[in-house]
Design a binder for this molecule. Sequence first.
Ligand SMILES: [Zn+2]
Length: 235
Amino acid sequence: MLESPEIQRELHLLGRAARILEMEGHGDLTLGHVSMRDPDGRGLWMKRATLGLGEVTGNDFVLIDFDGNVIGGNGPRHNEWPIHSEIMLARPDVNFVGHTHAFYVVLMSCIADDLHPYTHAGIWLEGPPPRYTETSELITTREMGASVAKTLGKSRTMLIRNHGCAFVGKSIPELCAAGNFLNEACRLHVTLAQMGVKTVWPDEAEAARKLKMLQDPGLLEAYWQYYSRKLARIE
Ligand SMILES: [Zn+2]
């Protein structure tokens, strides 16, 4: 079945988002995935298995229902589909979900401390990302996915212990920013921890003022255009 031009266009952009995430440090072999809520209410479009994030195009998505049945698209389905479906069921405000094993995120997921908001990246996350600590194994059942979604709560990002992260967006630029800002905030935290120095970070009032500036609605689109140009130079 041929999908609507709107869906094809969005999947084309979501494929670019996957490649941007790999460019910015989210790649791990063929692991990690991004997904989009189906605008026709059939379920969600998820990156297909056996490809790395950096290889994904608009033709590399499978349509699954909320029980994980493949009902459209091409290729094999990732086993960790319940992360995506259960977050979308729990969060009607979310249209896009990502799950990756970004290197610095994985390091942070092994550290017991909360992530500190050292700079704009951490402040934009609006509080330390919640942590799913039940297991580090693959999230392969609806029950496990529901528990991940419950841990995420109303946040944009979360850590999954000894494994990776999940992040969400209303739009593709927001999804991209959430994944990349989380990774950057983790990179700063892990690097400073490694240096073994005494550290400081903005207090609540200062962080709130900075957050207000970071919430300028034009910024997400500007970041998306920047990432797109950077990717185009590489490709
Ligand atoms: Zn995983």
